[in-house]
Ligand binder design. Structure first.
Ligand SMILES: Cc1cc2nc3c(=O)[nH]c(=O)nc-3n(C[C@H](O)[C@H](O)[C@H](O)COP(=O)(O)O)c2cc1C
Length: 348
């Protein structure tokens, strides 16, 4: 699809994003080796509907050292679904990539991981946390927590297929019934997981309540592979506290990065003991939204880019004076030109 004059104009005015991605990693053997090659231990979470190539590029430019794709069906990939191709889109300048697969059939997971074997610069992650009923009913996502034997088989299958590090992203349980995340994580390690990412909530909690960082700490004490802590990191202070409190090796941010890639600049600064950079001004936000839109338009065409940008823009503009009214206008803008002329009013 061609790029309209509207989009060209939008892009010409964009100031661009300073900074470079963290670079590539050649055939790392373990997640620990990946970590040792990263400039800082801050990762972008897999976010369905958000962590596509365009957003990952922006987060990498702001300091995310490793970014995860949206979750991708292992079976869908094996059958060549069109959605898979879009999710696997990767551009120069992105940070090293974690491709997240979901599924419950070891044979499909092995085959899908095998299809990703030759891709440089990636690891494979297995989703054991998705709480969505459609996924859980299929025995996938967080349902795997209930079936450690099958979960371990899925990890072994991914390791056989991938020829590169395989990580597991899990929750702390399903519901109120007893579940020991440390025991589960140790089983995944035994099956060959190269790192375990723990989102400190149960399936039943979805995203409510406070993430249980004690559970992350217990997992860290129970396994010898690196542990990635996840849940409720919205500021540099949160990230540093999570590292210290749980002893985890890396911190993954999800919702905190949506509309706020500057979070990664702040995390890096805090980690290096430097003063935190100033929060972005409306002009910085508008510039980043322009770049983000341009990348999306390149990847998905202008029609889809504009629609997806509305969702991103509602996060980019959150909390700014007068932005609720502005968001309503952004949601009805029918062209990129109209969208950006509305956005120019941000903060005025
Ligand atoms: C919009 C959205 C989409 C998500 N998609 C995925 C996904 O595809 N795979 C996954 O493992 N987790 C997914 N998650 C969960 C996040 O990766 C993360 O575990 C969760 O948001 C907790 O981290 P946070 O408190 O930093 O947001 C998603 C969360 C949100 C809000």
């Amino acid at each position: 699809m061609g790029i309209s004059p509207d989009t060209e104009a939008v892009r010409a005015e964009a100031p661009g994003i300073p900074g470079a991605a963290s670079g590539s990693l050649n055939a790392p053997r373990s997640f620990r080796e990946i970590l040792s090659g990263l400039e800082a231990p801050f990762l972008l979470a897999p976010l369905a509907g958000f962590s596509d190539s365009a957003f990952r590029f922006i987060c990498a430019a702001h300091g995310a050292s490793l970014c995860y794709t949206e979750m991708l069906s292992a079976k869908g990939l094996c059958y060549g679904s069109r959605g898979s191709e879009a999710i696997l889109k990767y551009r120069e300048g992105e940070a090293p990539l974690g491709i997240q697969l979901f599924g419950h059939e070891p044979e499909f997971i092995e085959k899908a991981a095998g299809m990703l074997r030759e891709l440089p610069n990636v690891l494979i992650d297995i989703n054991m946390g998705c709480p969505v009923p459609k996924v859980v009913k299929n025995g996938e996502g967080s349902a795997l927590l209930k079936n450690p034997k099958l979960a371990a088989e899925c990890v072994r299958a991914a390791v056989r297929g991938a020829g590169k590090p395989v990580t597991v992203k899990m929750r702390t349980g399903i519901g109120p019934e007893p579940f020991d995340p440390a025991e589960f994580a140790a089983l995944m390690e035994e099956a060959g997981a190269s790192a375990v990412c723990v989102h400190g909530r149960t399936r039943e909690q979805y995203y409510s309540g406070k993430a249980d960082w004690d559970a992350i700490r217990r997992v860290k004490q129970a396994v010898s592979v690196p542990v990635i802590g996840n849940g409720d990191v919205f500021s540099a202070e949160d990230g540093m506290r999570m590292l210290e409190y749980t002893g985890c090796d890396a911190v993954m941010a999800g919702r905190g990065a949506m509309g706020d890639p500057w979070l990664f600049d702040e995390l890096r600064a805090a980690w290096r003991g430097k003063p935190l950079p100033k929060r972005p001004e409306p002009g910085d936000i508008i510039g980043t939204v322009r770049v983000h839109y341009g990348l999306l338009a390149d990847d998905k065409g202008e029609y889809t880019a504009l629609r997806e940008m509305r969702g991103h823009a509602s996060f980019y503009t959150k909390g700014i004076r007068g932005s609720a009214e502005l968001r309503r206008a952004l949601n009805t803008a029918s062209s990129a030109g109209e969208f950006f002329s509305v956005l120019e009013k941000l903060g005025r």
